[in-house]
Design a protein around this ligand. Structure first.
Ligand SMILES: N[C@@H](CC(=O)c1ccccc1NC=O)C(=O)O
Length: 248
């Protein structure tokens, strides 16, 4: 099924039968990716007295309870409520689900002991484009990202000015293939989160950050339509499933 959509004044076509999924599936397996010092998710049948919620154990249905953390266990989308004193559900920040998007591949640069994506690199890669969403793939891009335990690894992060640049370009949705856009252990500074959301000065309630995506190498850099869907959890963050469609 093809859909023709109007993007600004141009008509563009996408093929809905060719979704490019850039989420990481959440499982209770030992290969599920991890961060923030948590153990893997738990998916287990409900047990009440002698009853086990599993068809192979005699129940009529499979009836699992899932225990997981959206920030630690895979692809998730968050709003400014992730860092604010006041409660804000990410759902307040995501009320439309299709966006113009640009995939860029960045090479984090040495910065003291850290690897950082500087503003100038983002600026160069965006080539003056003005998408609603920017999808950041960090290089090297290996499939090990889908099953990595990131705890205590000091992963690469966006320089505060890189996040600020995206805000100044009015980018509403920032997606990245790391557990956080910020440094793992930063004493709570969260500089890139704050710069992107303009928090606390002028909090951007209509902007989201999606972390822990994986952009397979067969998806080239360039322009796409992004469908960003989440489970409807009322929380600062929720598991999400970003899907790209190539512009034909
Ligand atoms: N970088 C922060 C910690 C942080 O961001 C964080 C810590 C535990 C669980 C989740 C965190 N951030 C998640 O998005 C710090 O070092 O204080």
């Amino acid at each position: 099924m093809h859909a023709t959509i109007q993007v600004n004044k141009e008509l563009r076509t996408i093929d809905l039968s060719r979704p490019l999924d850039i989420s990481i599936p959440l499982t209770d397996g030992s290969k599920n990716p991890l961060a923030w010092y948590l153990d893997k998710p738990v998916i287990e049948p409900v047990r009440v007295d002698n009853w086990v919620g599993q068809v192979s154990e005699g129940a009529s249905v499979n009836f699992n309870t899932i225990r997981f953390n959206p920030h630690a266990h895979g692809t998730h989308t968050e709003g400014v409520g992730h860092i604010s004193k006041e409660f804000h559900s990410v759902q307040e920040s995501l009320q439309q689900f299709f966006f113009t998007a640009e995939v860029i591949s960045v090479t984090p640069e040495n910065f003291g002991e850290d690897l950082v994506v500087p503003s100038a690199q983002l600026k160069g890669l965006l080539q003056g484009k003005n998408p609603e969403a920017v999808i950041v793939r960090t290089l090297p891009n290996t499939s090990a990202k889908k099953s990595k335990n990131y705890s205590h690894t000091n992963w690469p992060y966006l320089h505060e000015n890189a996040a600020k640049l995206l805000r100044e370009l009015s980018v509403k949705h920032l997606l990245i293939d790391l557990p956080s856009v910020d440094k793992e252990k930063d004493d709570g500074k969260l500089l890139a989160h704050k710069a992107f959301w303009d928090y606390p000065k002028n909090p951007r309630l209509d902007a989201t950050i999606t972390e822990f995506i994986y952009v397979p190498n067969h998806i080239g850099d360039g322009s796409y339509i992004l469908n960003l869907q989440t489970a409807n959890f009322v929380n600062d963050a929720t598991p999400s499933r970003p899907v790209l469609y190539k512009l034909l």
